[in-house]
Write a protein that binds this ligand. Structure first.
Ligand code: BEZ
Length: 216
C-alpha cells in the first residue's frame, strides 16, 4: 500500500502573509512587524553547506542593495539550526567575500516551512523546496514561485517579477509576456460601450480594442 504523505495548507496569491515568530541570523523576528511598510521577498532553500543553495543565497546577497533601492527586504529560510546558518554565512564570506546580511530563519522545527507550504513531502520530507514569496507593503502575497531541490532559481526573473508587480501597482496596468522596465504596458480592456468607443479613437498601440499598449 502506498504511504500517505502529510498535506500542508499552502498560502495562495492574494492571501495575507501568515505571521510567525522565529529565530534568524539577525535575531528574533516577528514577521508581521519586520515586513511592515516595505515589499518583502521570503525565500527558502533546502540546506546550508550545499552547492546550489550557496550559489542562490550568494545571488540574493550580491543584489541586496538593488532590492533595498526597490524598498524590498530579503528574508531567507531553511530547516537548519541557527548554529549551522551562522557557520555557513561565515564560511561563504571567508571563501568568496559574499556576505549574506539579510536575516535567515532557522526553521529547525519546520514551523514556518509548513505554514508557507515550503515543505513538499513528495520532493523531500526534511528539506524545504526553493520557494519565493513576494509580499507587498500591506502584507499581501502577490506572487509565488516554487522550484525543486535540483534546479536553482533565476535572479533576473526574480528582479523582473518584482519590478513588474511594483510597476503594475504604480500605473494600474497589466504587463505582457516577457515585459521589462522601459517597455509598453497593457491598458485594461474597456468595460462599457462608451469606453470601447473611446478606446477605438485612442492613440494606443492596438491590435484590437481589447489588446492595447501604452508607454509608461
Ligand atoms: C544544493 O543546494 O546543491 C542541493 C540541496 C539539496 C538537494 C540537492 C541539491
Amino acid at each position: 500500500m502506498e504511504e500517505q504523505k502529510e498535506v500542508f495548507q499552502m498560502p495562495r496569491i492574494g492571501d495575507q502573509a501568515p505571521d510567525f515568530k522565529a529565530m534568524t541570523t539577525t535575531g528574533m523576528m516577528q514577521f508581521s512587524e519586520h515586513i511592515k511598510g516595505s515589499w518583502t521577498i521570503l525565500f527558502s532553500h533546502p540546506a546550508d553547506f550545499t552547492p546550489v543553495c550557496t550559489t542562490e543565497m550568494s545571488g540574493f546577497a550580491v543584489l541586496e542593495d538593488e532590492f533595498k533601492k526597490m524598498n524590498t527586504k530579503l528574508v531567507g529560510l531553511s530547516i537548519d539550526s541557527i548554529h549551522s546558518h551562522v557557520a555557513w554565512v561565515n564560511n561563504v564570506k571567508e571563501k568568496t567575500g559574499v556576505f549574506m546580511k539579510f536575516p535567515i530563519i532557522a526553521d529547525i522545527d519546520m514551523k514556518v516551512s509548513k505554514l508557507y507550504g515550503m515543505l513538499q513531502p513528495g520532493e523531500s520530507e526534511t528539506a524545504a523546496v526553493r520557494a519565493v514569496f513576494f509580499i507587498d507593503p500591506n502584507g499581501k502575497i502577490r506572487l509565488i514561485m516554487y522550484y525543486p531541490l535540483n534546479v536553482g532559481r533565476n535572479m533576473d526573473e526574480i528582479i523582473r517579477a518584482l519590478q513588474a508587480l511594483q510597476t503594475a501597482d504604480e500605473h494600474k496596468v497589466a504587463l505582457p509576456l516577457n515585459w521589462k522596465p522601459g517597455e509598453k504596458a497593457i491598458v485594461p480592456p474597456p468595460k462599457t460601450i462608451d469606453e470601447l468607443e473611446e478606446r477605438l479613437k485612442s492613440n494606443y498601440e492596438m491590435v484590437d480594442f481589447y489588446l492595447a499598449k501604452r508607454s509608461l
